[in-house]
Design a protein around this ligand. Structure first.
Ligand SMILES: [Mn+2]
Length: 340
């Protein structure tokens, strides 16, 4: 595989340098990784004096967002998104739009963008960072490091290593976490404004980040408290909380919290039929696989990573789904594979 940094170093530079007079749209995910990706790409596009707009989309809405943007631009750059969006990429290209993807998600289908900067070992913002390095007019390492931390992509991160040699980790992790919380309370315009400010403004200088982060943290505090009250256990392996009224960004946090509190290896949060699951303690458990199997049996679907996954199931069959899921997890723990 080789060194991921060497693999992507300046990979975008020649492609961006030839974009004279073209309209560029950047579409990034709504988390810190997407925000930092957009901030880095925006800085570079600004430096090249290009005409560009930043957009943000959760992965689930990517196809829809792209279909709205593609007719208005010549080049679309997807950051922290795109690896699993074959149809969206094809549609954009058939509109005459060139598509660049910078992403770290596992490629499950044959996406064919015009430019593909991809490695699963680094977060998307770090890929953006290295792929545009020679075009930086400022040091953007700290931005990429925030994303490596909040995206749990620390293991192979070179920017985080370098940043932690320069700064105390409490500074780096606090600033990253403040951004992470503040984003929960932001809309597309807020994110765009923040992404454009970030390359030139330090997080401690951004009052709005503190205010919004505090709101989100208070909400989390209240949601986790309620989650503990409604949490239930299945087969001693899955703890779950059904919470239809919470913010979508809270579901993963609830899932790991109820597992930790109830002492089960897996935690689940269900919000209006949308499922988030986390493995908190259980080597060898593949919750993505378990969710997929259980969801398919009730007419839903699911997937993700082995320790963190999600899915959608019909709301009327949530209880049945949870029982099936607990059965799948139990079988995995006991080392049996279910017959199918
Ligand atoms: Mn990411």
């Amino acid at each position: 595989l080789g060194d991921p940094v060497e693999k992507v170093r300046n990979a975008l530079v020649p492609h961006l340098e030839e974009l004279e007079d073209e309209r560029v749209a950047v579409v990034a995910d709504i988390d810190v990784d997407g925000l930092a990706s957009a901030a880095i790409l925006g800085h570079v596009l600004q430096g090249l004096d290009l005409d560009f707009v930043l957009y943000f989309s959760p992965p689930a809405n990517f196809t829809e967002v792209v279909s709205g943007i593609a007719p208005e631009c010549d080049v679309l750059i997807a950051a922290d998104l795109g690896s699993t969006a074959r149809d969206a990429v094809q549609d954009a290209r058939s509109e005459g739009c060139r598509v660049f993807i910078v992403d770290h998600h596992q490629v499950l289908e044959d996406v064919r963008p015009d430019v593909f900067v991809h490695d699963t070992r680094l977060c998307a913002a770090e890929l953006c960072y290295w792929a545009t390095l020679d075009l930086h007019e400022r040091d953007l390492k700290l931005l990429a490091a925030y994303a490596a931390f909040t995206d749990y992509a620390e293991e192979h991160s070179r920017v985080l290593d370098e940043v932690l040699r320069r700064y105390d980790r409490r500074k780096v992790y606090t600033e990253a976490s403040l951004l992470d919380y503040a984003l929960v309370k932001m809309d597309g315009d807020d994110r765009r404004e923040l992404a454009l400010k970030l390359p030139e403004t330090a997080v401690p200088e951004l009052d709005e980040v503190y205010e919004l982060a505090r709101e989100a943290m208070l909400e989390e505090h209240e949601v986790l408290q309620r989650a503990r009250e409604v949490a239930k256990c299945l087969e001693e392996v899955v703890a779950y909380a059904i919470m239809d009224d919470i913010h979508p960004a809270m579901t993963g946090r609830v899932a790991s919290h109820v597992a930790g509190v109830m002492g089960t290896p897996v935690g689940v949060c269900v919000r209006r039929g949308k499922v988030s699951a986390r493995v908190v303690d259980g080597e060898g458990i593949n919750v993505a696989k378990a969710i997929r199997r259980a969801a398919e049996k009730v007419g839903g679907k699911g997937g993700g990573h082995a320790p963190a996954a999600g899915g959608v199931v019909p709301e009327s069959r949530v209880d049945e789904f949870l029982r099936l899921l607990a059965g799948e997890i139990k079988r995995q723990i006991e080392g049996r594979t279910s017959d199918e």
